[in-house]
Design a protein around this ligand. Structure first.
Ligand code: GLY
Length: 402
């Protein structure tokens, strides 16, 4: 253990874009506010009206404005833009931003009243209704988020001990499938149990985290993107990939969902086994990051043979930076230093001209990779990269507590 801490501490001071200076989060937050204002202007039509039923998703290479998608259950990213607006409002107290956050959030209302489409109802609700509730205390938002949590829980299979992530892919995978991304969506269940919902939601989320920990990781702490279980008996069948290079490769975003997910599970359960596991998946990530990147932003899959030449995924650095700023609060002093300094270095690099979009487009960040094997959103600005970047900046500045 001592050796691992020492190694991590060493490379936290070796990387070429590493500095001992404190990172200026306020400068980055002001930049994000400016980009939000520019994006809102660009989202207006010729009459100055915004269509709140479509939400920003990506900006592809050489484009300057957000490509928007219908806010429907098949579109897993529709909540991130309202979430960015709620976070920007909490930072600026700008009334116009609050109004727009409200309009985009309420355009998602249908998601909380119709049967669940898939596990992404968690991402959709946490970033819109839950963030909106935290910002305004609006009881309607709480009610809608609680309803969404109950709906998400209907995907739980008690034999397998996990939520069915993709009901539409049961046949393709030959059984009950659970993807690593689903770890993020357990937060809706934990949040609901803590905010007037059934305690069974917490039990489901805890069991899901436990089962996933048991089956969906290799010995070294690297995760399989998809775990397949027998739908009837619940027996674990196989671990495979969907968005990674290979079944056993380290798909960077999958690992980032695990880091954030287990840190969040510890927040709600206070169970040491989850904290230990959050550190295990983080330590592997940092070790592999050091081997395959020189700027704290990973390549899309850490087993890509093109190594440093492979496309980057800035969204992963955003998710991990945000998670580490939480994780560092739960661990002992030497590790706290390692995780905090890693998060700081991630934010410093993301905030450099290499990754910030600045005048190139209206997003915060460039160079994320959505789905490399499908050839979509490669080297793009993607809305969730911006969402977790902003969340990490607010956590770093001390104005957002997990
Ligand atoms: N949750 C989908 C992804 O990470 O691409």
């Amino acid at each position: 253990m001592k050796k691992m801490i020492w190694t991590l501490a060493l490379f936290s001071t070796m990387s070429c874009h590493t500095s001992n200076e404190t990172f200026n989060a306020n400068l980055a937050l002001d930049y994000c506010t400016h980009q939000v204002e520019r994006a809102l202007e660009a989202l207006k039509d010729s009459t100055g009206t915004i269509d709140y039923t479509i939400a920003p998703r990506n900006i592809l290479e050489n484009d300057t404005a957000w490509n928007c998608r219908n806010a429907c259950p098949q579109e897993w990213c529709s909540g991130f833009w309202p979430g960015i607006l709620w976070m920007t409002y909490s930072y600026t107290h700008n009334e116009d931003i609050r109004q727009k956050a409200k309009s985009y959030t309420e355009a998602l209302g249908v998601l909380t009243t119709q049967p669940v489409f898939d596990h992404d109802l968690g991402f959709l609700t946490l970033s819109s209704y839950v963030k909106g509730y935290e910002a305004t205390d609006n009881p309607m938002y709480k009610e809608q988020a609680l309803r969404a949590a109950d709906s998400l829980a209907t995907l739980y299979n008690s034999k397998a001990g996990t939520i069915l992530s993709w009901p539409r892919h049961v046949k393709d995978y030959g059984g009950h499938n659970t993807i690593m991304d689903n770890m993020m969506n357990l937060e809706l269940l934990f949040w609901a149990a803590q905010n007037g919902g059934s305690q069974q939601l917490k039990e489901i989320a805890t069991r899901h985290a436990e089962t996933t920990m048991q089956y969906q990781f290799r010995k070294d702490g690297g995760c399989y993107h998809v775990a397949v279980y027998d739908s009837i008996s619940g027996a674990f069948l196989k671990g495979v990939t969907h968005q990674g290079l290979a079944d056993s490769s380290l798909w960077s975003r999958g690992q980032s969902w695990a880091i954030y997910g287990y840190t969040m599970v510890y927040r709600y359960t206070h169970e040491q086994r989850f904290l230990d596991f959050a550190q295990k998946v983080t330590d592997l990530y940092l070790k592999r990051l050091h081997e395959t990147s020189n700027d704290w932003v990973p390549i899309w899959d850490m087993d890509d043979p093109n190594k440093m030449q492979a496309p980057k995924d800035a969204s992963v650095a955003s998710v991990v930076a945000s998670a580490l700023l939480e994780l560092c609060q739960y661990v002992d002093a030497p590790k706290k230093k390692v995780y905090y300094s890693a998060a700081e270095n991630m934010l410093r690099n993301l905030s450099s001209m290499r990754y910030q979009s600045r005048q190139s487009n209206v997003a915060f960040l460039m160079h994320s990779t959505g789905h490399y094997p499908a050839g979509t959103e490669i080297d793009a600005s993607i809305i969730y990269a911006d969402y977790y970047y902003l969340e990490a900046l607010l956590r770093y500045s001390g104005s957002l507590h997990p």
